[in-house]
Design a binder for this molecule. Structure first.
Ligand SMILES: NC(=O)c1ccc[n+]([C@@H]2O[C@H](COP(=O)([O-])OP(=O)(O)OC[C@H]3O[C@@H](n4cnc5c(N)ncnc54)[C@H](OP(=O)(O)O)[C@@H]3O)[C@@H](O)[C@H]2O)c1
Length: 303
């Protein structure tokens, strides 16, 4: 099968398409004929080698956590997912979803009227958004500030917070203000003057979810008057500022949360935004776009 492989850590150019063995599903696993793979910022960090201390990756490696495709073979003990079923979920390591086939054990059914590329925007984003908003304890009637509101996690976090009855202020670049408004949030640009802009929009911010990691925590602390109910998913400076950094593990993957979001998306009640699609051969370009900024939503590889 074709897969995007890297044999050495480095810049996006280390990614190349190679012929590799089709993986065999073990107990509890499905082999998925991948139709769409999500491109997550963490993929670039793994590829660069900067994650080696916390997330050691043996080489050669195939990236890709979010996967959508068609069940192609099942291992022992897999029930309810026949060959031919369309699914979306998380790829099992170590080989990931940047390939024609991947193994997975935590998936949900993908409704026919939700395209693969849209479905694959959901697994990581839904998990991170739910975890962040749950840890912050967001309740109806509260005002939550979400940094990175136009990103793949932000897109989902805004909508989940709104569904809980919160008012959402979302930061984004000037170019993405209308997108954030279209999700139902009150948009505001990030950067200098953020505290004053947010105060003009809301007398009180109850909680802050940072899904950007681009230095907005000091302003967030000013807005909250302390570090209570501020959580970052992305800023490594968080702990040194007294702000909780939340990172997930596969134990946090919830197929019930994912199934609920997939069904909402299929009914048109949750917006899924594909930032751009790339063939496997252009995985390096997709990762460059992921690192330097991209259209709203999630970058997707199509195979
Ligand atoms: N800890 C976890 O469990 C976890 C899970 C998933 C993701 N993450 C992390 O969360 C971050 C976001 O992931 P993602 O997939 O949503 O990435 P993404 O789609 O690339 O979104 C990043 C967003 O950050 C915004 N941004 C850029 N500079 C900003 C600034 N100075 N202030 C506020 N926003 C800014 C961008 O907005 P514009 O496009 O409008 O410039 C963009 O929409 C990444 O660092 C990722 O590694 C962590």
């Amino acid at each position: 099968m074709k897969a995007v492989v890297f044999d050495t850590f480095g810049d996006p150019d280390v990614l190349h398409v190679a012929e590799v063995e089709v993986p065999e599903p073990g107990p509890g696993q499905m082999r998925i004929r991948v139709r769409a793979a999500g491109v997550n910022p963490v993929d670039s960090e793994i590829r660069s080698g900067t994650m080696q201390a916390v997330f050691p990756t043996p080489l050669p490696a195939i990236l890709g956590i979010d996967v959508a495709g068609i069940v192609d073979a099942v291992g022992s003990g897999v029930d309810g997912f026949p060959v031919g079923e369309s699914v979306v979920g998380w790829a099992d390591g170590p080989a990931g979803a940047y390939a024609e086939y991947a193994l997975a054990s935590q998936v949900v059914r993908k409704p026919a009227d939700l395209p693969f590329a849209n479905a694959v925007t959901l697994p990581t984003a839904v998990e991170a958004a739910n975890r962040g908003l749950n840890q912050l304890g967001i309740k109806a009637g509260e005002t939550v500030l979400i940094h990175g509101a136009a990103g793949s996690v932000g897109t989902i976090a805004v909508q989940i917070a709104l569904a809980r009855g919160a008012t959402v202020i979302g930061t984004a670049s000037d170019a993405h203000q209308e997108y954030v408004r279209s999700l139902g949030a009150i948009p505001t640009p990030y950067g200098d003057g953020l505290v004053e802009r947010v105060r003009a929009l809301a007398p009180h911010v109850d909680a802050v979810l940072d899904a950007a990691g681009k230095g907005a925590l000091p302003d967030s602390i000013t807005l909250r008057g302390g570090t209570d109910r501020i959580l970052t998913l992305a800023d490594p400076a968080g702990p040194s500022l007294g702000v909780t950094f939340s990172s997930g593990t596969r134990d946090d993957w919830s197929t019930s949360d994912l199934a609920a979001s997939v069904d909402m998306a299929a009914r048109g009640e949750l917006t899924t935004t594909v930032s751009g699609t790339y063939p496997l051969e252009q995985a390096a370009e997709a990762q460059r776009a992921s690192q330097v900024g991209h259209a709203p939503g999630k970058l997707v590889l199509i195979s």
